[in-house]
Write a new protein. Structure first.
Length: 440
């Protein structure tokens, strides 16, 4: 409130603020409101102490205005203090509620992505969950700061930007991370190795596979110990160990696919992909055997003429496996998302603006078409890697282009939903990716 408003204007503004503070005090005194998860004892202390300080200033103002000689400057100062207390109370309460809801939303979202990825130790997922924990800590610190028993002067300094500064920084970092998490399948696809399935929770295994995995880990550990100097002076040794690691991964993938019961296969491993990988891995192993058939003065000598062919064969196996696996994992998640978004729009259609609902209907329709098109492209592609040639390359490019378009539409859809929660849409429930339908 400006300090030098005319008396009548100042009184009307003060009456409005007093009424709102009284309403907040009444709400927080009701036991029913405590069903709201953000309405904690700490938040209640903040409200009670803010209301008490507001009432104290009101009493001071009454005393000043009832005095025989008015102190205009003091009245203006107290009136300004009342306005600031009201503002801090209202804005911080809104921040408490919104931040609690957004924390639940972000945590729910990250858990949803993690469930579909099914790799508990994936780096981005671990960092994101760590950020959620930091957000919770900073949230509690901010609420505790608000609830402190402080002087009126200190209460006046509980401005939004100061109280929530650290929390907002952690939230900003999490939002940047979530942009990457929405495309985590693409990230994993680029980095994937043939034994990537080992990171999946609940993957099928056997004694033979476990023994092969130990060999992979030992060989990988040996390679990781090489220094930059070794790469310069002992490249032949390093290269030999790298080829051995590749062969171990091919053999382990072949064993895992061949011995695994049909009922234990992950959803992304269809019969066509399985057959292609079995043939490709066997061909790779045969070429490796032929490369090592030569003999020399010191025993078996490797025929380097096979090296380039083996490298290309390994890259093709990896590319086909990665593209189909993560294309299907991503598409399955997107199908689940679409169901969640459609349910949310249906449940809240009467509260959404017509323009927003129309936009969401169009976006979700486009996204559904894209999901179907990606499934079709995956089916086309999975039958072609073994044939190679231009058709396989064209199918891979078409699949990637369609997936990029689908991701963009999905991103636009959730951005539109999140934007609908601003302003007049603050009362809308948040999207929930868990079994619950909304975040209140």
């Amino acid at each position: 409130m400006p300090r030098n408003l005319p008396y009548s204007t100042r009184q009307h503004a003060l009456y409005d603020k007093e009424a709102e503070v009284r309403e907040i005090a009444d709400l927080f005194s009701q036991a029913a409101l405590k069903t709201q998860p953000w309405h904690t004892e700490t938040v209640t202390r903040f409200v009670e102490r803010s209301v008490m300080d507001f009432q104290t200033l009101l009493k001071w103002l009454e005393e000043l205005e009832s005095a025989e000689n008015w102190d205009g400057e003091a009245i203006s100062d107290v009136s300004y203090g009342l306005a600031k207390l009201h503002q801090n109370l209202v804005t911080n309460l809104r921040e408490v509620e919104d931040n609690h809801k957004y924390q639940k939303y972000h945590a729910d979202c990250i858990n949803f992505i993690g469930q579909h990825l099914n790799k508990p130790n994936q780096y981005l997922m671990k960092v994101a969950n760590g950020q959620i924990q930091k957000m919770e800590i900073e949230y509690e610190k901010a609420v505790e700061e608000l609830a402190k028993n402080v002087s009126i002067g200190q209460r006046l300094d509980q401005k939004l930007d100061l109280v929530w500064q650290e929390y907002r920084e952690v939230r900003r970092q999490l939002k940047q991370m979530k942009d990457r998490l929405w495309e985590v399948e693409s990230h994993e696809e680029r980095l994937m190795e043939l034994d990537d399935w080992r990171e999946e929770h609940g993957h099928w295994t056997s004694k033979t596979i476990q023994e092969l995995c130990v060999k992979i880990d030992n060989q990988n550990g040996k390679i990781m110990k090489y220094t930059r100097l070794d790469l310069d002076l002992r490249w032949n040794v390093v290269d030999r160990d790298l080829k051995k690691l590749q062969l171990l991964r091919v053999q382990t993938l072949l064993t895992w696919i061949s011995e695994q019961p049909v009922g234990s296969r992950p959803h992304w491993l269809c019969e066509e992909l399985k057959d292609h990988l079995v043939d490709a891995c066997r061909e790779y192993s045969s070429m490796e055997d032929r490369a090592c058939e030569g003999t020399g003065w010191v025993g078996v000598e490797r025929n380097s003429d096979y090296d380039l062919v083996l490298e290309m064969a390994y890259s093709k196996i990896r590319a086909a496996l990665a593209r189909v696996k993560y294309g299907r994992i991503e598409n399955k998640r997107h199908r689940s998302e679409l169901e969640i978004y459609r349910d949310w729009v249906e449940q809240n259609k009467d509260s959404l603006r017509d323009s927003t609902k129309g936009q969401l209907d169009r976006l979700l329709e486009r996204a559904e078409d894209k999901v179907g098109e990606v499934e079709m492209r995956l089916t086309e592609y999975v039958g072609l890697p073994s044939t190679g040639g231009e058709r396989a390359r064209d199918a891979a490019r078409a699949l990637e282009t369609t997936r990029i378009g689908k991701r963009n539409v999905m991103k636009e859809a959730i951005q539109t939903i999140v934007h609908s929660w601003k302003g007049d849409g603050r009362s809308l429930p948040f999207v929930s990716y868990s079994s619950e339908k909304s975040v209140s």
